[in-house]
Design a protein around this ligand. Structure first.
Ligand code: BV8
Length: 223
């Protein structure tokens, strides 16, 4: 069976990384316009680097949870799995998932706004860093901010449109185009979340509960 999976912050919540829109979520403590838009970065690059430096440190200290491990195990079985994540943490990769599609970019990668070079980000980035390729002081986190085009949309759309089962895990379905992917799914759709998302009605089936419990149980049924 071809399975396309979209994960959001809820899959990393039990690894201690927090979410965006839950109680005490990131977007309740930071103005996303200040720290997650190109305009915010242009206005105050030091603030944006500080925001991502703190998240990069949290991510380095975090460990994959049972949901990440179960999704990695699913990829080693008989099913053809495409794992798409909105998350910028590296927990799916550290859990062993191959070929993770990071549609919103990656916290552990850096990008040069001048020459488009990408490299492994140092733990702490600053506006004074020089690009290792062109030398410009134009380095930024390799993250897709609001108003920017998500990565790999053609591959993502093709995988979702041709899969037998589309599963969204741990996402509030508030951010597009990720939240609109369920409309592309050709066959069965399943939402696994702590609570019904904004697009819950668009899914055929639902399983509610903590990802670290519900995802391993769901994967076990597919063996
Ligand atoms: C685009 C990187 C065009 C940053 C992120 C006006 C101007 C410009 C654009 C727009 C506009 N109005 C609307 C838009 C579109 C905009 C958008 O959707 N805005 C929203 C706010 C309305 N989108 C964009 O700008 C995108 N680009 O549109 O370009 C385009 C379009 C199509 C094709 C080509 C071009 C770019 C969006 C990407 C922005 N960057 N991330 C960073 O991470 O620092 S998005 C940000 O939200 C995070 O990355 C996060 O991953 C993502 C989605 O949030 P969730 O993952 O769902 O997290 P959330 O906290 O919301 O929900 C957590 C869920 O988990 C909850 O449901 C909770 O119940 C559940 N949960 C909690 N604990 C658990 C759990 N579930 C299970 N177990 C648990 N233990």
């Amino acid at each position: 069976m071809k399975i396309a999976i979209l994960t959001g912050a809820g899959v990393s919540a039990e690894s201690g990384l927090g979410t965006f829109r839950d109680k005490d979520g990131l977007w309740t403590r930071y103005d996303l316009n200040e720290v997650a838009t190109p305009e915010g970065f242009a206005r105050n690059p030091a603030l944006v680097h500080d925001f991502y430096n703190a998240r990069r440190a949290n991510c380095a200290d975090a460990t994959p949870n049972a949901a990440h491990m179960a999704l990695a195990e699913l990829a080693t079985g008989p099913h053809e799995v495409t794992l798409i994540t909105q998350n910028v943490d590296d927990l799916h990769t550290r859990a062993g998932s191959p070929d993770v599609i990071h549609m919103h970019g990656r916290l552990m990668r850096a990008l040069c706004a001048a020459c488009d070079a990408r490299w492994d980000a140092p733990l702490v980035m600053s506006p004074n860093d020089h690009c290792p390729s062109c030398g410009a002081t134009a380095t930024r986190p390799d993250i897709v901010w609001f108003g920017e085009v998500p990565y790999d949309m053609d591959a993502i759309s093709a995988a979702v449109a041709t899969c037998d089962l589309f599963v969204a895990i741990g996402t509030s379905a508030e951010v597009y185009p990720a939240a609109g992917l369920v409309e592309l799914a050709g066959r069965q759709t399943l939402e696994i979340n702590l609570a019904p998302s904004a697009r819950a009605n668009a899914f055929d089936d639902h399983r509610f509960g903590p990802a670290s419990e519900v995802v391993p149980a769901w994967v076990a049924e597919l063996r």
